[in-house]
Design a protein around this ligand. Structure first.
Ligand code: SF4
Length: 405
């Protein structure tokens, strides 16, 4: 062990022992002297930004292999046993490298290059959650590395953005709104237009603290109010074309596929008043496929599992699902034009079955304990809003960035 590394390590541990400074403990923890593998220490260091490191270790906040767990617990146990006279070198069994004899006189500022380290042998990772969701599988399909960061390391995400809070508040407003208007119709247009204003205001008040500033609240609320009026335009036209009743709002979707439990929530479930068939409605406040053909292609190429999952969950519950629709609520300047996929027409049952089979296949892989590597996304656009971009050294770069590197 390099003597200066070992000295810094011991100093950090004593500084923590005397002052309780979590940052010094984390620095010691990340030192090669700690005995904890580098990537495990890096992941726990992220968690330690939010809670004391030793607490995070004793709760085993991040799933790791048995060997890594042992290293973590050994570190924690040693650290807890430190007393004023403890010899840290002894406690951590640090063997110092003998000084290298040299004929050259030492010059101040000289340094010696360290021996190259051999790469750590990859070890397997197993999904630790008992339940799966379509969004977890979507994340895996988009970028296995992102899935690893989010669902295995449980690395801390950035706090919610104003865009995501806009989505949460808008969903809440529509849930309440359809509680009062389960059967929209042209005759109710004026009343619906007035009432939705109140529901949007109330929802944004409830989520006010999630926004960074009150200006942000007002801007996003105005955007939602404009979009809500466009949503009423669509609701009036749609209810005139094919009258329907909202039979479910934010309802749980549970499904067991080959021993794997899936959970999720469906934004809205409609029943066609004339045919009795059911439509699954998903509100979208982010970017989505712009045409039914584009969405179908995402399902066909296993890049989106959300609506197929809802389809199979409701079919298992006994519904005859004839339509799957995404309702875009992002842009206040354009009409609300749902991306509506007719089951058996735009998308075939065979394609939905393939999506279901692929879901089982992915879950089998994730729980096999045989995965040792999680490749990064191939498409750089996946990284644009990725919370882990700063920690992801191998991420793909846009053509223009590559040119500049
Ligand atoms: S930055 Fe890109 S490659 Fe890295 S985890 Fe995120 S999406 Fe995947």
């Amino acid at each position: 062990m390099n003597p200066s590394l070992a000295r810094t390590f011991a100093d950090d541990l004593f500084a923590w022992f005397e002052s309780g400074d979590n940052a010094r403990l984390v620095r010691a923890f990340r030192s090669p002297c700690s005995g904890v593998p580098h990537d495990v220490a890096a992941a726990y260091a992220v968690v330690a930004q939010h809670e004391p490191l030793l607490d995070a270790i004793s709760r085993l906040r991040i799933a790791v292999s048995a060997t890594e767990r042992e290293a973590l617990l050994r570190f924690s146990e040693r650290v807890r046993s430190i007393a004023p006279q403890t010899d840290i070198f002894d406690l951590f069994e640090l063997q110092l490298e003998p000084a290298v004899a040299s004929d050259e006189p030492e010059v101040a500022g000289d340094f010696r290059l360290a021996e190259a380290r051999t790469a750590q042998a990859p070890s397997s990772v197993r999904a630790r959650k008992a339940h799966f969701s379509a969004s977890a599988l979507n994340a895996y399909a988009e970028c296995p590395r992102k899935w690893y960061f989010r669902y295995v390391c449980a690395a801390i995400e950035d706090k919610s953005s104003s865009a995501s809070t806009y989505g949460t508040a808008f969903h809440a407003a529509l849930e309440d709104f359809h509680g009062e208007f389960p059967e929209p119709s042209p005759a109710l247009e004026a009343e619906m237009r007035t009432k939705i204003v109140g529901y949007v205001n109330w929802a944004f008040e409830r989520f006010r603290n999630e926004f960074d500033t009150s200006v942000e609240v007002e801007l996003q609320k105005r955007r939602a109010q404009r979009t809500a009026q466009r949503y009423i335009d669509w609701l009036v036209a749609e209810s005139a074309r094919a009258p329907f009743t909202v039979i479910g709002r934010e309802i749980g979707a549970n499904l067991e596929l080959d021993g794997f439990d899936f959970v999720g929530y469906i934004d809205r479930l409609d029943r066609d008043n004339r045919t009795g068939e059911v439509a699954i409605i998903d509100y979208k406040t982010g970017s989505i496929a712009t045409t039914p053909a584009e969405y179908r292609e995402k399902v066909r190429t296993f890049r989106d599992f959300q609506l197929p999952f809802y389809y199979w969950a409701r079919t298992a519950a006994g519904d005859t699902v004839s339509r799957l629709a995404l309702i875009p609520l992002k842009d206040a300047l354009v009409d609300v034009a749902p991306v509506s996929v007719e089951v058996g027409k735009t998308i075939t049952i065979g394609e939905l079955e393939s999506a279901r089979a692929r879901m089982i296949e992915i879950c089998t892989q994730l729980t096999s304990g045989e995965l040792t590597a999680f490749p990064v996304a191939r498409d750089p656009s996946a990284c644009t809003y990725c919370s882990y971009a700063n920690a992801c050294a191998d991420r793909p770069h846009e053509e223009r960035e590559r040119f500049g590197r």
